[in-house]
Design a protein around this ligand. Structure first.
Ligand code: ZN
Length: 282
């Protein structure tokens, strides 16, 4: 039996965190000096605001996946500053092992909140837009829906209400495509030049998350029916070199790859096979 306490899932990235813009982008470099002295504090402030809001709403089980620079052991969030109600997913070096991550959560979590999110590649007026790794990736779709960083996290939690997305204003597009009822809490907006500090966005995040949790029963569940048809396209300067024998169901063109999978998790594991076929034009 799963414990019945309300469990909140938080998935964080960093390019969409408060207080991080082009002029101080070194704050994003996991392990670097500006990251240590400034960037980590920005993301920690955002996650703390979410945790405090959740606690105020009586949620005392929060599971966090800190996804930025996955593969590096050191957390982008300063764990010692978070309340005891926040646990982190147990994955080696924070690697994106989605099945392991999904397996550690309840079957029916109370909700999903994404934090520090940036827009996908090609989105206008965005801070640090990219799709997993751009270049070489131009786009990644599943069943015609964008599955950049926000999508690849959210679709692991099909059946869970998508409560809120916090990040760059331009990231709200992907989030609302996944779930039109998601509560959008922007912390910066390149189009209008709005660049507030983490201190300024803290109360906005906290208030927004309290609203989102209070209205949880009106939020739609994340949903995507199978089979799952994936498509990856490449930016100029890159092409696919297909393997001699294809061991999965799919096909390649010069700048696009297609593959089919019985689940989103398996499709994203095959994504690594497809990714290994990318070559740089010489
Ligand atoms: Zn990131």
């Amino acid at each position: 039996m799963y414990p019945s306490a309300k469990q909140l899932i938080i998935i964080s990235d960093m390019e969409g965190a408060s207080g991080i813009f082009e002029h101080n982008k070194a704050a994003l470099y996991n392990g670097g000096e500006q990251w240590r002295d400034y960037g980590r504090h920005c993301l920690t402030s955002d996650i703390l605001a979410v945790s405090e809001a959740a606690q105020a709403c009586g949620i005392d089980d929060i599971l966090l996946y800190d996804a930025h620079y996955a593969g590096n052991a050191e957390y982008n969030v300063i764990l010692a500053q978070l309340p005891k109600t926040v646990r982190v997913f147990d994955v080696l070096d924070r690697c994106t092992f989605w099945r392991r991550i999904r397996g550690q959560a309840q079957q029916h979590p109370f909700g999903l909140i994404t934090v520090g999110q940036h827009a996908r590649n090609g989105e206008p007026d965005a801070y640090f837009p990219h799709t997993i790794q751009s270049p070489p990736m131009a786009s990644l779709l599943v069943n015609g829906r964008s599955i950049a960083e926000i999508g690849s996290a959210a679709y692991q939690f099909c059946g869970t209400p998508y409560l809120a997305n916090i990040g760059c204003q331009a990231s709200m597009k992907e989030a609302t495509e996944i779930c039109p009822t998601v509560h959008c809490i922007p912390v910066k907006d390149k189009r209008t030049g709005w660049q507030p500090s983490p201190q300024e966005t803290f109360p906005l995040i906290k208030e927004g998350v309290i609203q989102a949790i209070t209205q949880a029963d009106q939020k739609q569940l994340i949903a995507l029916d199978g089979p799952y048809a994936f498509e990856m396209t490449l930016t100029p300067g890159f092409y696919f070199q297909p393997p001699q024998h294809l061991s999965w169901v799919g096909s390649f063109a010069d700048h696009a790859a297609h593959w089919l999978a019985p689940s989103v998790e398996i499709g994203l594991e095959l994504f690594e096979n497809v990714r290994s076929c990318i070559r740089r034009c010489t």
